[in-house]
Structure formats: C-alpha cells, structure tokens
Design a protein. Structure first.
Length: 540
C-alpha cells in the first residue's frame, strides 16, 4: 500500500524500537513485485510496488538491528554493512524508530528517532533522511542505491559517525567587538564555527565534552570539510577565539543572502585583508569560502591588469570588440552579439566585451594568466591561512581555446566570493593582503604574500576601469547611490546544463571590498550586484 502509511509495532532485535511502515510483506502487490524480480531481469524504472517493498525491507532490517539483512537490500552490501554496524557500535545509537514518508518516484523520505547513550548518559536523536531505489546491474532487481547520506544526510563517502569524547574542545567565537557569534544570531556561520573549532579547539584553552559527531574521511578532507557535531551529550568547557567579523556587516550579509536562493557573499577590509562578513543562503556548504566556480567576467580584472602590463591594452586607446572572435577552434561572442566599433579598451571593459579579451589570446603565452593571478593577486597557490578551510582559487595553465576562455573567467578558472573580494581589495589597496578571519597574532601563523605588485601606471588604469564600470558600465545600476571612491566589475558564468548563468559581482568602496555570487540566477549586475552594493553602503 503506497497511498497511506500504516503503523505497525514489531518486536525487533537489540536496540530495535517501534516503526511505522507500509503494509506487510504478504500483500498481493508487494508479493507480485518480489516474485517478478526473482523470475526475470527487469528493465526501466522500479515500479511503485518495488520501491515500497524494497524500502520496507531495508528499513525493517535496519531498525531490528539486522545489519547483514539490511545491507543485502542495497547495491553495495559491504559499504552498507560497515556503516550500519558503526551506527550501532561506534555512534551508540539505539532504540531506533524509522517512519517512511510518501514516496516521490523512486525516492522514499523517512524520519529517524532514536537514543544515543554513552557511559550512562542518554539523549534523544531525531533527523530526516531519504533513500532511492534503483535496479541492480545484471539481474535488474530493485535495490537501495547505497550512499552514506542514507544513514545521515551529513555523511559523505568515507565519513563515519562516532559518539565519545569530542575530537576538539568547543570554542566560543567572538566578533571583532567581543560579542559571541552563534548560529542562532548568524545562521550562515555554522561551517565557519566548525572550522574554528577544528583549528583552535585544542589551542584556545577549552576542555572536550561528549558528543555524537561526523568524523570526516579522506574524500571530505580533500574538500576541506570539518568534523561536525550532531548531538552534544555532555558539555565541554569552551575556549575563546576572537575573529575579525563585524557584527553589523555580518547581520546585513545574512539578511541579503536570505532574499535569494544559492547566494554567497564576502566583505573584507582592503588595506588589511580582515574578513568582515561571510554569508551563504541555505546555510550548508560554505560556497563563500570553499566554492569552486567559474567567475565569469569578474576575472577580467586580472586579465586587464595583465594586458595593460604587457602593452596589449591601454585604457584610452582603441581596442577591438568585434561580434565574434575565433581561437583554437572555438568561436567566441559577446552577450547578445554586440560589438563596439572604434571604441577604447575602457569602453570594452565597462561593457564587458568578451572578444576584446579573447582577441589578445594569440599574443599570450599559455602560462601568462596563471602567473598574473599567482604573482600579483596571490591566488591559486593553495597557501592561504585564513583560520578556517578555504579554496584559494585555481588558474591552471591551458592552451588553445581553453586558454582563451580563461581570459574571461571560463575554461578551467575556478573562484569563490572570498577570492574575488580579495581581487577587488588588491586593486583598491594596490597590493595583495591575504584575507584572514583570525588574526595571525593568535597562533603565530604566517600569511601568504604576493611576489610583486602592479606598476603605478597599471594600477591607476585598472582603478579607472573599475570606477568607470561602476558609474557608467554594466555595474552602474547596482552601484547607483553607493558613491565615494568606488569600483566594480560584473560577471556571468555559463554552466553546462544550467538554464541561467551564475551571476557574479565584485566591488570596492573606500576601504571595503566585497564579492558575491548568485548561482543559476542570471546576470551579475542584476543578481549579485545589489547584495554587494547594499553591504558597501552598510559599511560606509
């Protein structure tokens, strides 16, 4: 039966509790599905009956503590058995109650209610998860598509759940004014606080408590994901870590990203690198610090500095901006196929003319852009020491068409708002200052430095290009009303299979520099621009 959920109480094995599942295994519908699966190989999506029966058998066995039986219903019995065994033995989860929801195609949501017990202390655990039923290779039998997230949505491949003494003592994170930073006040800071605990928990003077936590495996560590506390059984004594976050700007950043789906923003102090605000809508993965996305035309800030230094462009000199330019077998074009006849490089930058940059590819070496990003802007060297995990940008050496595409922030170039806020800050301050969330004086770490600065002439032109773009170019709409000493650059990055591009925007005003991305939302001036502009105004 799929339409309704029938509650049944079953006496299970050790640690089993009551569960609510669909009709029993001897209903005509599920019996027919099982028989059909045994008699012949099936193709096509699993039937509704197969989805229901497979989910029921898996959840029943898991709840009753029959790890081998539950694992046998999946398409990766070995991995499933290991994680489900650890769920009981390492995570110490018992008295499990599983309640499935209404299937949506092959996906079955379910809720988990259980108890976590360690050394005489017990606390309730509740969360929601989901499973998907697929056909197994070979015989086509319906199986649970195994993933660690089936056990808990925070788990990724190689991660595990452990209950015991906390891996790191808790920390009490403070803003620059001494106020406590909490996820209740600032929902975006969950991953940041996890990162601070991992980095400073054993250095800040706290003592560990007891907790259920996600212990990250190798794949998660490669993505720089921190261990995560899911349930605290006994409190530890927190140490204290002071950050550079500005409470006013952080609150404003949270408010701005909450208005859009998949938005991320960072604000820094240009002259020092201090991070004043970081926020992500959704409050999950920290795209603002750890995202790896094509930055689109915001990359033209770096490319323009390189072209000016090499004498391939000059602000007030004529510069080609044709409708099309072909290089390396690819045909590049401008948005809406516009062209600028007899225009200057300043006009091309302000209007974000792709072909003005692509046309210079024949004059460049394959590693020119990589060197510029690394040596002048301090990017793509994987050596930033911010205080929490970050992705420091990627500008790989490429050739032919991908090299040309990288000039306009496509190809293999990857950035996040932290990286692009740093780019704007480098232009404003005149030199690279590695962004940081915790002062290096706290732990004596060394911050990354750039190998060189732009020449005064190049810097003056780049500032004028960004200023003109903010006042009369593609960024003018968003920056209207910001005022003061300002500069900006818009960007739109195409993503395969995505109807709308990712919208980017980076800008500075006074000593503040900021960048934002709004994924799958459209042009940066209309999507990410208002977020950045609002924060530059708030910090003024």
């Amino acid at each position: 039966m799929i339409g309704g959920v029938i509650a049944a109480v079953v006496a299970g094995g050790a640690g089993a509790g009551a569960y609510a599942l669909w009709g029993g295994p001897d209903t005509g519908e599920t019996r027919a599905a099982s028989t059909a699966a045994e008699d012949r190989t099936r193709t096509g999506p699993p039937t509704r009956a197969e989805v229901t029966d497979t989910a029921r058998r898996f959840l029943t066995a898991w709840q009753q503590g029959d790890v081998e039986q539950a694992a046998a219903v999946t398409d990766d019995a070995e991995a499933a058995a290991a994680l489900l065994k650890g769920y009981a033995e390492d995570a110490r989860v018992e008295d499990v109650t599983l309640t499935p929801g209404t299937p949506a195609g092959a996906k079955v949501p379910f809720s988990v209610k259980a108890t976590v017990t360690h050394e005489g202390t017990s606390k309730p655990l509740a969360y929601d998860s989901a499973l998907t039923v697929v056909r197994a290779p070979g015989d086509g039998a319906p199986r649970v598509d195994w993933a660690a997230s089936v056990v808990h949505p925070e788990l990724r491949e190689g991660d595990r759940l452990v209950t015991g003494e906390a891996g790191d003592p808790p920390v009490k994170a403070l803003d620059r004014d001494g106020g406590e930073l909490t996820t209740d006040a600032y929902p975006s800071l969950g991953s940041v606080l996890d990162g601070l605990r991992e980095k400073y928990g054993d250095k800040a003077g706290g003592t560990a408590g007891t907790e259920l936590r996600v212990v990250r495996g190798e794949e998660s560590k490669k993505r720089k994901l921190s261990d995560k506390t899911l349930l605290e059984l006994s409190e530890g004594t927190p140490g204290t870590v002071k950050t550079t976050l500005d409470p006013k700007l952080q609150a404003a950043a949270e408010e701005q990203v909450a208005r859009k789906a998949r938005a991320s923003v960072v604000v820094t102090r240009a002259s020092t690198g201090e991070i004043l605000a970081v926020a992500n809508s959704g409050h999950g993965f920290n795209t603002a610090f750890q995202g790896s996305l094509a930055p689109g035309s915001t990359m033209k800030v770096i490319t323009a500095s390189m072209l000016i230094e090499k004498g391939l462009a000059s602000m007030d000199e004529q510069h080609p901006c044709p409708k099309y330019f072909s290089y390396g077998g690819w045909k590049f074009q401008n948005d809406d196929k516009f062209e600028i006849k007899g225009g200057t490089f300043k006009a091309s930058f302000a209007r974000s003319c792709n072909t003005a940059f692509i046309s210079q590819a024949p004059e460049l070496e394959n590693d020119d852009l990589t060197k510029q990003a690394q040596q002048v802007f301090g990017l793509a060297r994987n050596n930033w020491s911010v205080g929490v995990p970050t992705f420091d940008g990627a500008v790989p050496v490429q050739s032919a068409a991908p090299m040309a595409a990288s000039l306009i922030g496509q190809g293999g170039v990857r950035m996040n708002p932290l990286n692009m806020a740093s780019v704007a800050a480098t232009v404003k301050s005149g030199s690279f200052h590695q962004p940081y969330l915790v002062s290096p004086s706290v732990d004596g770490r060394e911050l990354a430095t750039a190998q060189r600065t732009m020449s005064p002439g190049t810097l003056a032109q780049l500032r004028e290009l960004m200023s003109y773009t903010a006042s009369a170019g593609t960024a003018a709409g968003a920056m209207s009303g910001v005022g003061g000493d300002m500069g900006a650059k818009t960007g739109s990055a195409e993503v395969d299979g995505q109807e709308k591009p990712n919208g980017w925007f980076t800008a500075y005003r006074g000593d503040l520099a900021a960048a934002a991305v709004v994924q799958a939302a459209g042009h940066g001036g209309e999507t990410a621009g208002p977020i950045v502009a609002a924060l530059l105004k708030a910090g003024g």
